[in-house]
Design a protein around this ligand. Structure first.
Ligand SMILES: [Zn+2]
Length: 287
């Protein structure tokens, strides 16, 4: 069930759907302009969000910001063609590569075979679109390298390129007056390599960027929102495991022993999974 929710005076979002990988969509409503965050994984997805907002008397966006180039964040762009779209320069570069692609079952299966697409995405595209593959890649209008600030009237958005393991073009959107940080997929691991992974280098750089924002609510594209406490706990776990991974050169046994000793209790699922991801990243970069 996709629900429309509101935080503070100006931020609205629609909750994600895991079966078809529909991400969270956001709308920042200013006195003069509205800014939408991510375009959705299909025209149907984008339209549903806009319809729900219309019922709340919120008009169409004047600006759309794309958090990164992955299909589920950009395939809804074709219903937003007349709207100014903003992305990082890297996002546009990656989207450009998708223009030549076909999206039939056959083409998707071939790319999965070749290793240029992952099965999870191919399956979700098939489920989201059924037989109607009306997929058109619409490129962003405006690109930037580091950071942009947009005054929507009474509310300001800072759009910042932060990178990270999931997708190096990732940007986050900070809604200043609401203390909301829209993280997109930025803090998720790299799920496109042969093994899912985090690397200490990229994780640490990302954390350093994210720590500069004074936020109270953190919006994730495919999971529940986090409050500040939960966010700090998450990045602390990544810092600890990243440091242990470097110290013990990716030796999973030694990392687990050292972590267990430090916290004086058995490791939980999340901690074990995080170790696994960092060890994968270490192996990929050091063997
Ligand atoms: Zn993604």
């Amino acid at each position: 069930m996709q629900e429309l929710k509101r935080i503070g005076k100006s931020f609205w979002f629609m909750t994600p759907v895991s079966e078809t990988d529909r991400p969270t969509l956001g709308m920042v409503v200013g006195d003069n302009r509205n800014l939408m965050i991510d375009a959705g994984n299909s025209e149907a997805h984008a339209r549903l969000f806009l319809e729900k907002l219309t019922k709340q008397n919120i008009s169409k966006p004047d600006v759309v910001v794309l958090t990164h180039w992955h299909w589920d964040h950009i395939f809804g762009m074709s219903v937003l063609k007349d709207v100014m779209t903003i992305s990082s320069a890297d996002t546009k570069k990656e989207m450009n590569k998708l223009i030549a692609y076909e999206w039939t079952d056959k083409a998707l299966d071939e790319r999965v075979q070749k290793g240029t697409e992952i099965k999870f995405c191919a399956d979700c595209i098939k489920k989201e679109f059924g037989h109607e593959r009306n997929i058109q890649i619409v490129l962003p209008t405006l690109t930037f390298e580091h950071q942009l600030e947009i005054d929507l009237g009474g509310v300001t958005c800072v759009i910042k390129h932060v990178g990270g393991d999931h997708s190096k073009d990732s940007v986050v959107v900070y809604i200043k007056e609401e203390k909301v940080l829209f993280l997109g997929d930025s803090i998720y691991p790299d799920i496109f390599s042969s093994k899912k992974n985090y690397t200490s280098k990229h994780a640490f750089n990302l954390i350093k960027e994210l720590e500069t924002f004074d936020a109270e609510t953190y919006i994730l594209s495919h999971s529940e929102n986090m409050n500040r406490m939960e966010f700090l706990k998450e990045i602390e776990l990544q810092k600890v495991v990243g440091n242990l991974t470097e110290k013990y050169k990716g030796d999973a046994g030694k990392i687990k022993d050292a972590f267990r000793q430090a916290i004086d209790r058995p490791l939980n699922e999340e901690e074990l999974e995080t170790i696994n991801l960092f060890v994968n990243g270490y192996e990929m970069n050091n063997t």
